[in-house]
Write a protein that binds this ligand. Structure first.
Ligand SMILES: [Zn+2]
Length: 395
């Protein structure tokens, strides 16, 4: 859980405690007030006051009766799924998807459009804004129930400033995307990188649900990682923590998009698989479904390329294990769904990490699947619901 450690005014404590109660309900619902108090080490009176406010705002609802411990059966609480809505946006390297999601991260409706390499921001903005308008018009009746817009994008993002620092496939640099969207829609906007959105989806709904701390890796066109501590993102001093794709695993002259040499993502990503395959005579473009099919049919060139890329990712994972001694590493992305790649990565991580540390880590595929990033983008908004100290908050 979040750590309840910040001293301050009564108002601030109340906001922090409200966030904690809200988190406990979405993680353990249906849950009684007494169980929440015990879990968070808060007084029953505090929990009663906070839940009363959350009930008044329709954010939570009473569900069932729990088991009695001798006295009256306690009323159980859960999130009210349709009290508010969030607009989620995932800007990937080749497409943008926009969805409306409810308070339990269920997708109500979604639309998508293709994007292409080096598309100008102006052109992409037009597409994104149109999609958001369409999604709002087609599935939200009460516009005042939209809490905000959460955006996940590939590349480097400054969450605090709401800026896309660098988006490699589009060539965008220092784009103030949050300000642009806030001006357009007049609701709060939160922007983060895609792997962090995936990590949030896993944190609340996937493999990370039972864990306070874990590492999440996304393998796609590039490779990134997110680090979760006490169920919150950790970001590093300039928001750059987790540039896992650019750790060095080789000394050679293969230049990376970051300008350096020997980066992991040139050996373990989708573009590495296709490069390895082409070195052995494969001629097609990268198409994940085709690669999967060729692998299943035993195409030796593809099988070897997948094994090799998986091996390199395993080297990177072994480095993470040796440095951080994590209890859980979650790996997501289309390549990871291919068994040959995943098995090769596990084997290589086992071989290359310290035995005792490997014994204590679980390496799991992301459980939230194809919708993980779009759902995670929505969680950026939900997680900020009680975080804003100066700004407008609900309670
Ligand atoms: Zn690099």
């Amino acid at each position: 859980m979040r750590k309840n450690v910040i001293p301050g005014s009564f108002q601030l404590m109340k906001k922090i405690n409200t966030g904690l109660v809200f988190d406990a309900i979405r993680l353990y619902a249906p849950i009684s007030r007494a169980e929440i108090a015990k879990l968070l080490n808060l007084t029953p009176a505090t929990v009663t006051n906070i839940t009363a406010e959350l009930l008044k705002r329709n954010i939570i609802m009473e569900s069932d009766f729990g088991k009695s411990n001798g006295g009256r059966r306690p009323v159980l609480l859960k999130i009210n799924p349709n009290s508010y809505y969030i607009i989620s946006v995932y800007i990937g390297p080749t497409k943008v998807r926009v969805a409306t999601i409810n308070m339990e991260s269920e997708i109500m409706c979604s639309k998508q459009e293709s994007l292409y390499s080096n598309i100008s921001f102006e052109k992409a903005k037009e597409i994104i804004v149109t999609l958001i308008r369409e999604v709002i018009d087609s599935c939200i009746v009460e516009k005042n129930k939209i809490l905000g817009i959460g955006v996940a994008i590939h590349g480097i993002v400054n969450f605090e400033k709401g800026i896309v620092v660098f988006s490699p496939n589009f060539g965008w640099k220092n784009i103030g995307l949050r300000d642009v969207l806030e001006k357009e829609f007049d609701i709060p906007v939160f922007i983060d990188r895609d792997v962090r959105a995936m990590a949030m989806a896993e944190n609340w709904y996937g493999e990370g649900r039972e864990f306070d701390d874990f590492i999440c890796i996304k393998v796609g066109y590039g490779i990134g990682a997110a680090f979760i501590k006490d169920k919150q993102q950790i970001r590093g001093v300039s928001d750059g923590l987790g540039e896992f794709g650019h750790i060095k695993i080789k000394v050679d002259d293969l230049k990376c998009i970051c300008g350096n040499y020997g980066c992991l993502e040139n050996y373990a990503s989708e573009r590495a698989v296709i490069r390895f395959a082409r070195e052995n005579g494969y001629e097609d473009e990268f198409d994940i479904e085709k690669i999967n099919l060729e692998a299943l049919n035993g195409n030796k060139v593809i099988v070897e390329a997948l094994k090799k890329a998986g091996y390199y990712l395993g080297l990177g994972v072994a480095n993470l294990i040796n440095i951080f001694n994590p209890g859980l590493i979650i790996v997501g992305g289309d390549l990871v769904d291919i068994n040959i790649y995943f098995e090769s990565l596990i084997e290589s991580a086992r071989e290359n990490s310290l035995e005792d540390l490997f014994e204590h880590v679980k390496i799991k595929r992301a459980k939230t699947g194809k919708d993980s990033i779009i759902k995670g983008a929505g969680l950026l908004v939900l997680d900020s619901l009680f975080d804003s100290i100066e700004g407008e908050v609900i309670v």
